[in-house]
Write a protein that binds this ligand. Sequence first.
Ligand SMILES: [Zn+2]
Length: 256
Amino acid sequence: MELQTFYKDWKLLFYSVDRSCVKLYIQSQQKSNLCPSCNMPSSYVHSRYWRVIQDITILSLQVFLHVRARKFFCDHSACSQRIFTERPSDWWPPYARRTNRLTTFLKHLAFSLSAETASKVSKQYGIPASADSFLYLIRKEEIPPITQPIIIGIDDWAMKKGQRYGSIVCDLQTQKPIVLLENRTVQEVSNWLRKYPSIQVVTRDGSTEYAKGIREGCPHAVQITDRWHLFHNLTQKVEQFLKKAFLAIFLLVLQS
Ligand SMILES: [Zn+2]
């Protein structure tokens, strides 16, 4: 299969392959480009330059696109921008050093693994990226606004296991977390709940702090012990009962 097949909108000028990477030299096939300020097309080329953008791997070899990019004049009289660079938005955003599909792949790793593990896995795939790069991708991701939740669940969330705990709140209808609270105090929980009068049902563990926080912040909501904690508590009680029962039977047998 021709390499050109993977870069349909681009003209593949030439390429080189060595033991570690593939370099593809490409240029846009579009005759004109839209000015980012006035959105008017221009085909009046000012200059050309090379930029390097990393793409997903081929056979575990790193792929670098050497793009022969152009700068255009904007000759629209009402526009304040005189020169602009071409922006192939479908492939990579302005000023990016990675293609969108490579960024998407790295984001999948970032949100599926710890930053350190993602860094190790990415190296195995021939795309070395540091743990800090993965943390940067996570922080850069836009968080969707919280819609008015109706049924939520609240539970402890370990910021540092055994040392520092906050609270995680999940929308049980979308099955997604919606907020991480700094701690699990009555005030923190009730302050957050007051912002969402739409909440009708809250599931929680047996914590009296949560119970009080929900009563203060969302007094009309029905509180339900969540299934995990219900079974966990039930199992503990049954175990305690059976231990006592077996001990009593054992003592009776000894006495008889
Ligand atoms: Zn313009």
